[in-house]
Design a protein. Structure first.
Length: 94
């Protein structure tokens, strides 16, 4: 860990951001509450956040085209690599 981060109490993590564009947007709530949380239960995921796009003003630099996103935090790149082979992750992507 970098000395400045250690002094300030920061914990560096590896973050993975995933966006989903659904074929049927009517299934957004079901996908968000039933399917996506499976990823957060993978053993090396330290923290998991899922959500939908904020209804912010339309601007050229903001992408509102996706329906669901999730952010996964790992303690290390190695933990993220283990996640890629976790049975829950593999079940999710099938």
């Amino acid at each position: 860990m970098r000395p400045a981060c250690r002094r300030q109490g920061f914990h560096l993590t590896t973050e993975k951001q995933v966006y989903f564009w659904l074929h049927d947007t009517a299934n957004t709530e079901e996908f968000l509450t039933q399917a996506v949380p499976m990823l957060g239960r993978c053993k090396t995921v330290g923290k998991f956040i899922a959500g939908t796009p904020a209804d912010t003003e339309k601007r050229d630099v903001v992408d509102h085209s996706w329906q669901v996103s999730c952010t996964l935090f790992f303690d290390s790149l190695e933990d993220q690599l283990v996640y890629q082979k976790d049975p829950l992750h593999l079940e999710f992507i099938e």
